[in-house]
Write a protein that binds this ligand. Sequence first.
Ligand code: HEC
Length: 199
Amino acid sequence: MPDKASARVARPWLIPLCVGGALLAGFGAAALGLYGGLYNVAADEPHSQSVYRLLETVRDRSIAVRAADIDVPPDLSEPGRIASGAGQYVDMCSSCHLAPGMKRTEISRGLYPRAPELRRGSRATPAEDFWVVKHGIKATGMPAWGVTHSDKLLWDLVAFVRKLPELSADEYQAIVRSAPKSHDEIMEGMEMEGSHGDH
Ligand code: HEC
């Protein structure tokens, strides 16, 4: 009869076999879940809390790391910049992010993740706001405005977004009316050739 120690020596393959089997079973289960369509991507069913937290961390870290080296222009509180940003915001952003005195739109109600109401203030820094507005956020509905707009126009938008929480509904309307150009007038002079790649 072999004792316990020699039984262990006689089966050196046992541990690698168990580890390999467990890995295989894990991958098998993941593949089954993936191809079996187990995860519901519908926008009207929220992520579980753990998936939501994971995605939020991925997003926040991704933005923070990429925005760290962006130089913020010193004149973001300049009224001309803010007015120019307002003229763009009303056409490009308010349907999703709303504005003072505005009711929720159909788009804003159906979006998931929800577009934050920017009049309630941003959790991010101006550099992070600029990065998000320029590059957008994958699979959220937030578009990459840098594909069609110059950095100068995008900084005007950031200037306005930072001012937005201080505005009443009347002040918002007044500042939109004071915009030097409407969004359509701005876009008439812009090249519209840029676009996303195919991937
Ligand atoms: C079609 C809807 C849509 C439009 C239009 C849109 N956004 Fe967004 N935006 C979103 C969504 C959705 C998010 C949230 C993404 C997330 O939770 O990861 C977002 C996020 C943001 C954020 C990050 C806010 C934060 O605190 O995390 C900023 C800043 C922003 N948008 C600015 C803008 C500006 C400025 C415009 C107009 C030029 C604009 N957005 C147009 C849907 C939109």
